[in-house]
Design a protein around this ligand. Structure first.
Ligand code: SF4
Length: 353
């Protein structure tokens, strides 16, 4: 399977979905596509991922890839910059939020635009691929800032880049700092597993320690092909971790999550984080209440081993950083919302929707 052809042939319009795949839309989905020329929201779904959709409008795979008009419903507490990264930007693509690590947005392209994405204001924009000059200035920054231990490649999806481009980015970072640790955040193993080929794994393995953080949200996304893609990475010495997002109507039962985490660990993929939804505009229909999330984790702690259990976490709205949602950080539910503390004891509020 040629991944570039598969990516080029991804479905990008409702007409293609209807004429080639006979997809029947709900009223809400039709409304999204009708309005789509007036909004900036991106849409793309590779044929492979679409093939996992069952003929059911509430299907957990379908809801992650087919948009609906609910995305136009923006709540007053939702934020264009939900993680508050703007103030930590060193450049358009480099964010230095935590002392020991930086985030590098290498592309704005994704193979599939997840409907719950919190980077929806960056993805599918006009920023394109990181330039040679931007790679150079990032490498210089990392070289000068010895406190930086890790570089996290994100976007967009870094694995939509050609392997030669990834190689250029990784070699520049390693030349600048031999001791740097690389993380790649990607949904490619889930949505376009053919992209994980021998050329890619041979390249990535040269930049060890390098970790792949993927995002399986439902057991129906774990197939022979996605499992084989992850096995290729792991067999090449590239550890794979999973960062799931807690999504309403998709994985918000203890049974669904337990099955997901058990299956992942059998595939040697460590369930790392379970994220509470960020306050990204037009994503409230995916957010599970924090109250329910805490109750789910209580149940899961009783049934899962430490190996299979991820950390339930949230990015504090407005730039407070990531915190685990446990008794050390979660205060009472007040009129303003849940009182959450960052590591320094500063208070932030997260709505109970
Ligand atoms: S792959 Fe990642 S960045 Fe791209 S749409 Fe999905 S969640 Fe967002």
């Amino acid at each position: 399977m040629d991944w570039k052809k598969e990516l080029a042939e991804a479905y990008r319009t409702p007409d293609e979905l209807v004429s080639q795949k006979n997809v029947k839309f709900t009223v809400s989905e039709k409304l999204f596509f009708k309005e789509t020329e007036q909004n900036n929201l991106s849409f793309s779904v590779p044929g492979y991922y679409l093939s996992l959709v069952e003929n059911n409008t509430n299907d957990p795979v379908r809801r992650q890839c087919i948009p609906s008009s609910e995305e136009f419903s923006v709540k007053p507490w939702e934020l264009d910059d939900p993680l508050g990264e703007e103030k930590y930007k060193i450049s358009e693509r480099l964010v230095h939020r935590y002392r020991d690590r930086v985030l590098l947005l290498v592309t704005d392209t994704c193979a599939m635009y997840c409907r719950h994405c919190f980077r929806r204001n960056f993805t599918g924009g006009r920023r394109g691929i990181i330039s040679a000059q931007e790679i150079k200035t990032t490498a210089e920054y990392v070289s000068e800032h010895r406190e930086v231990v890790e570089v996290i490649l994100s976007g967009g999806d870094p694995l939509t880049l050609e392997t030669s481009v990834l190689d250029r980015i990784l070699s520049a970072l390693k030349e600048a700092r031999e001791d740097i640790v690389i993380r790649i955040g990607t949904r490619i193993p889930v949505v376009l597993p053919s992209r994980i080929d021998a050329e890619l794994t041979d390249t990535l393995r040269r930049y060890s320690p390098l970790f792949v953080m993927t995002q399986f949200n439902h057991k129906n996304e774990i197939t022979g092909r996605s499992s084989a893609a992850c096995s290729m990475l792991i067999d090449a010495g590239i550890p794979v971790f999973n960062q799931a997002v807690l999504l309403k109507g998709i994985n918000d039962t203890a049974a669904d999550l337990e099955e997901l985490f058990h299956t992942l660990i059998r595939l040697r993929i460590k369930p790392y984080y379970l994220f509470q939804g960020d306050l990204a505009p037009g994503t409230s229909h995916f957010r599970v209440s924090l109250k329910k999330g805490l109750a789910l984790m209580k149940e899961l702690k009783e049934s899962l081993s430490g190996l299979s259990l991820p950390v339930y976490a949230v990015d504090l709205p407005g730039g407070g950083g990531k915190i685990p949602l446990n008794g050390d950080y979660v205060g009472p539910l007040t009129e303003k919302g849940w009182e959450l503390k960052d590591a320094g004891g500063n208070i932030f509020y997260y709505p109970e929707e």
